[in-house]
Design a protein around this ligand. Structure first.
Ligand SMILES: *Cc1c(COP(=O)(O)O)cnc(C)c1O
Length: 817
């Protein structure tokens, strides 16, 4: 007997079908006969919204009336993925949808495929925010995700005939988008520029221009919780819109200009990941969404009150700053409290520091945001004053804590130089209650290195919350076969809201019959992915080879170079006859990665991978033993298809550089084995799944540091390992550029003279462990046993657990009763 705890559908199939017909008729204005799959997609989505509406109202009412503090998750990115199937799952309507759509003569998959993926994030940080709002709702915690509805999200990646990345605009809003409800009646005004004057002894900001922030609301249905939270993404509109009508033609163009400028604020997502660009528009974006969100919170929690008691704000909501992008919210709340509501500095500071918390996502010093004070002064003159005052108060406070003058100088929020800069990470640390890293190792390094002075003087502020991923999207939706097998193995489906229950699968790893079923799931998923890759990309994957994936942003520290060099080395060995092709384990290597458009070496690496794929896949000497594929435009959808089909995943960043990673968690939960370094959450994954079920290689953080200190010379490694020499020589000699030796010269030069992330130093260890990997893979039962043990022991990496940690350690709140 299997226990079923999945939510019960609020509708019958017939009611769902009627709902679709009704929406088609009155919403889309088409008959079922005229309807396209896209029409049915829109109609179905609106039916789902319809059935979520009451739970949404109730969640908001209970939040405003109840005693439970809400969570405001402030994030510049929410990489939410497609909505329809996820909402159907969480609301319990998957079957009713399938049957209703079929009864209308449509194929459910075609209908689901009509949805465009909202491209509102770059990578891990944005996906984390999406997993967290899912878990907040699923745990029944009242919450808002606050961010920006970018008109153009991250670019759509294509490859040209030379294998180079081409960035195309991804206009995901080109068609009707049924999930985001545009609420013009609850817009907020956000202002910029101008001057600060004194009036009656008070500071008054006289801004130069304003934009209208219009909320676009996405429902975030909890899984089986009966709760629906809100993702409120702001869209920038001009206040000139209405006036345009009254202008004559010649004035029209001038009038349009401010409109375009205002709307630019929510037009593009900065295509950067871990390197900030000192761009004015980026600061405008940050202030835009944070200012609108703070006003919104006051509107929601103190409805209709002209003189609210904002000392209660920290009891109503706690703000989590997802990295430094929303940190301008700290001076903004101070400004609102002091200038608009008349609080004194000390009271305002007390409210502010109790309301904010900060998650740091990096260790790369260049990724810690720093803004020129001049720029802040130009765009937000009153905020610059407040920041300077925060800095003064903070330095005073430090004097009471330490006599170390140098330390105090190092901790300045505003630097003491000719063109002062504002360090946003320091502002966040000083202006909030808690600071957390995103994996044990990362949180430790934050304390020891990045924010060391702060952790010395404020040790209690620092804590760790290891990241997690939602099992609803990344197991249940992505991998229905494995989900069914888990439910069969555990005798219940309750694991979907209590993922540590996966531990119950551990004994089944000794049961060969169960392991074979598990292997059959993987095989079927590989066949599915091969069909998908054929359909979407025209690739011919052989599902009887090992599927070896590396999907994540293209960045030097993540070291796609290491993977491609090892692959080239293998190819070189076969070509030179050192290795007989008949002995080679058949392997399909799959890359997925976008590079920031201006990131030269990353883009060259993409070109190299594509050309290695072209050469290797077409070389008859290889006899089909090695295949390389690079499906373009890696996004959540591709992740959902590829992860369940992967045998071996790559988490091979230089130790100390990947804060956590969440891709690693998704793979472990879907029964892939990982080859990885001791970095980020790999450390904790390995601890949990067992060292014998994880392929560890490479230098540790301490070894990396020692090597930097001693002086790193990559050419030494090139000379030392003939495999590495052969691989780099092959890139240099034009094998992958039709004989042109210049194409990859900058990449080769970087490897041999700089190699900041020590790819060459880890190369030998990485190649050596391949023997172990391949030997295990030749024993399918043992391989799958270990893969199953990865699933069984990865329940900790649920975003439900991560959110529970935030609730316990940082937010001090919980579910609505
Ligand atoms: C999970 C995920 C990421 C993060 O991957 P990492 O390997 O942790 O960098 C990035 N992009 C997408 C689409 C994801 O689903």
């Amino acid at each position: 007997m299997t226990e079923i705890t999945a939510p019960k559908s609020p509708v019958t199939t017939a009611e769902f079908a009627d709902g679709i017909r009704e929406q088609l008729k009155y919403g889309q204005g088409v008959t079922p006969e005229q309807a396209t799959p896209a029409d049915v997609y829109v109609a179905s989505s609106l039916v789902v919204r319809h059935y979520l509406q009451d739970a949404w109202f109730k969640t908001q009412q209970d939040m405003v009336n109840g005693k439970t503090k809400a969570v405001g998750y402030l994030s510049a990115e929410f990489l939410i993925g497609k909505q329809l199937r996820n909402a159907l799952l969480n609301a319990g309507m998957l079957d009713q949808f399938d049957e209703a759509v079929e009864s209308l003569g449509f194929d459910p998959q075609t209908v689901v495929d009509a949805e465009y993926e909202p491209a509102l994030g770059n990578g891990g940080l944005g996906r984390l925010a999406a997993c967290y709002v899912d878990s907040l709702a699923s745990l029944g915690v009242p919450a808002f995700g606050y961010g920006i509805q970018y008109r153009y999200g991250i670019f759509r990646q294509e490859f040209d005939s030379e294998g180079r990345q081409v960035e195309k605009p991804e206009y995901w809003l080109a068609n009707e988008e049924p999930w985001g409800h545009v609420d013009y009646n609850r817009s907020q005004k956000v202002s910029f520029g101008g001057t600060v004057v004194e009036e009656n002894g008070r500071k008054v900001w006289k801004p130069a221009w304003s934009v209208r922030a219009v909320p676009v609301d996405y429902m975030v249905p909890g899984y089986a919780s009966g709760r629906v939270d809100t993702l409120r993404l702001w869209s920038a509109r001009s206040y000139d819109e209405f006036d345009l009508l009254t202008f004559n033609k010649s004035e029209y163009l001038d009038a349009v200009k401010p409109k375009v400028e205002a709307e630019n604020i929510s037009k593009i997502l900065y295509p950067e990941d871990s390197t900030p660009q000192g761009k004015r528009l980026r600061l405008e974006q940050q202030y835009f969404f944070v200012a609108a969100s703070i006003q919104d919170v006051i509107r929601v929690f103190y409805p209709g009150q002209s003189n609210p008691d904002l000392t209660t704000l920290p009891d109503k909501i706690t703000f989590q700053l997802n990295d430094t992008h929303p940190v301008i919210g700290i001076p903004e709340l101070m400004r609102v409290l002091i200038d608009e509501y008349g609080y004194d500095w000390a009271t305002a500071w007390d409210i502010t520091t109790k309301t904010f918390n900060y998650t740091c996502h990096t260790l790369l010093p260049e990724a810690l945001e720093v803004w020129p004070a001049d720029l802040i002064g130009e765009l937000l003159p009153r905020h610059l004053e407040i920041i300077n005052e925060i800095n003064d108060h903070f330095l005073e406070e430090l004097k009471g804590k330490t006599r170390d003058k140098e330390k105090i100088e190092r901790m300045r929020i505003v630097t003491n130089e000719e063109n002062p800069k504002v360090r946003m990470a320091y502002l966040a640390t000083a202006g909030g209650s808690h600071v957390n890293g995103v994996a044990e190792l990362h949180s430790q390094l934050l304390k020891d290195v990045t924010l060391r002075d702060f952790s010395d003087l404020y040790p209690d502020k620092f804590t760790n919350v290891t990241n997690g991923v939602t099992p609803r999207r990344f197991i249940r939706l992505a991998n229905p076969r494995l989900s069914n097998l888990i439910t069969e193995g555990l005798g219940t489906d309750k694991w979907l809201s209590d993922l540590e229950m996966l531990k119950g699968l551990e004994p089944l790893a000794k049961d060969d019959e169960f392991v074979k079923k598990f292997a059959a799931v993987k095989q079927a998923n590989k066949e599915d992915f091969a069909a998908y890759a054929k359909r979407e990309y025209g690739f011919e994957l052989d599902p009887n080879t090992m599927f070896n994936s590396m999907i994540k942003r293209l960045h030097e520290y993540k070291r796609q170079s290491l993977k491609i060099l090892a692959l080239i080395a293998k190819y070189a060995d076969i070509k030179s006859g050192k290795v007989s092709v008949d002995d080679v384990l058949p392997r399909t290597v799959i890359f997925g990665a976008k590079s920031a458009p201006g990131y030269y070496l990353a883009k060259m690496t993409i070109q190299l991978i594509n050309n290695v794929a072209r050469v290797v896949n077409n070389d008859p000497d290889i006899k089909g033993k090695l295949h390389v594929y690079y499906p373009w435009n890696y996004n959540v959808r591709l992740a959902q298809h590829l992860i369940p089909a992967t045998d071996l995943d790559e988490q091979i960043s230089q130790a100390g550089k990947e804060a956590s990673g969440t891709g690693n968690m998704k793979f472990a939960l879907n029964g892939a084995l990982t080859v990885g370094t001791l970095d980020g959450a790999n450390v904790e994954i390995r601890e949990r799944v067992g060292a014998e079920n994880f392929f560890l290689f490479g230098m540790t953080v301490d070894e990396v540091d020692a090597l930097y200190a001693q002086g790193y010379h990559p050419a030494v490694y090139y000379e030392r390992d003939p495999r590495l020499k052969a691989a780099i020589d092959m890139v240099a000699d034009g094998t992958f550029s039709n004989g042109d030796r210049n194409t990859y010269a900058p990449l080769v030069a970087d490897w041999l003279t700089k190699d900041w992330f020590m790819t060459l130093a880890d190369f030998t260890a990485y190649c050596d462990i391949q023997g172990e990997i391949e030997a295990l893979y030749r024993d399918p039962l043992e391989w799958n046993r270990k893969a199953l043990l990865n699933v069984a022991n990865s329940g900790y990496f649920s975003s439900d657990r991560a959110i529970q940690d935030y609730l316990d350690k940082i937010w001090h709140t919980g579910p609505l009763a």
